[in-house]
Design a protein around this ligand. Structure first.
Ligand code: URA
Length: 240
């Protein structure tokens, strides 16, 4: 198993993500913050809310959803029927990250419920899990017109919410489905074919890249590579 989380690339990835977070705060009009932070300054969770364990600055999933609100931060809101936040276990071992909602997802407000979703369900079952045992979300939360790839500024605006979701969930493994998710999380422009087959790291959490199920529907010959990637995921979840 190759590990690609050497210090320079991990640092570059952290800096890339920090840049996005800062620029999204800037777009909200936040240009600085108090020079002194109080420990435990996270919002008090409402009764019954899923509180994420660990650092006090981590928001709960519910708080992240509230912060997203009726989002109009980028042009993608104009064509949406439903914002698709994500769904699944609140304490998952595994999180799948896709690109963005398609037609069916936009209609129902749920991730991966169309043809690609049916294949993702099979992928999940192939490693002995059920859909409700994992968490599934996307880089952008609103459907791009005609299912086009999200633009860089749309990703930049929306991805801080994805990063917050991952930080809240703290899974044991993240599986990036396709180039958009992989490149966003790893801060790279490399192709999936170069990124798959090894263990990367997102803020210390193992991250596996594989082909997007929609791509596999068009290119079934690549399925064998994806099953290998899923075996890698399984091995991390169940070390011998
Ligand atoms: N493709 C994605 O990337 N995400 C979905 O939710 C559905 C299809």
């Amino acid at each position: 198993m190759k590990h690609s989380d050497d210090i320079p690339s991990a640092l570059a990835q952290e800096l890339h993500q920090l840049k996005w977070i800062l620029s999204s705060l800037h777009m909200k009009g936040i240009e600085g913050w108090p020079t002194r932070f109080r420990a435990g300054c996270a919002p008090t969770p409402a009764a019954g809310e899923t509180v994420c364990t660990g650092a006090s600055e981590r928001l709960s999933l519910d708080a992240i959803r509230r912060e997203l609100g009726d989002c109009r931060r980028c042009r993608l809101h104009q064509g949406r029927t439903h914002l698709v936040f994500g769904e699944g276990s609140a304490a998952p071992g595994l999180v799948f990250v896709g690109e963005g909602p398609g037609f069916d997802e936009d209609r129902l407000g749920r991730p991966f419920v169309g043809r690609a979703g049916k294949l993702l369900d099979k992928m999940i079952r192939s490693i002995g899990l059920e859909r409700d045992q994992v968490y599934i979300c996307n880089v952008v939360k609103c459907r791009p017109p005609d299912n086009r790839t999200p633009e860089a500024d749309e990703i930049q605006t929306c991805s801080p919410f994805l990063l917050q979701q991952l930080a809240a969930l703290q899974p044991r493994v993240i599986c990036a489905l396709g180039a958009c998710a992989a490149q966003t999380l790893l801060g790279t422009g490399s192709a999936v074919s170069r990124l798959r087959g090894k263990v990367h790291s997102w803020r210390g959490i193992p991250l596996i890249v594989t082909f997007h199920p929609a791509y596999l529907l068009r290119n079934p010959s690549q399925k064998s590579g994806t099953w290998q990637d899923l075996l890698l995921v399984h091995r991390i979840l169940h070390p011998t």
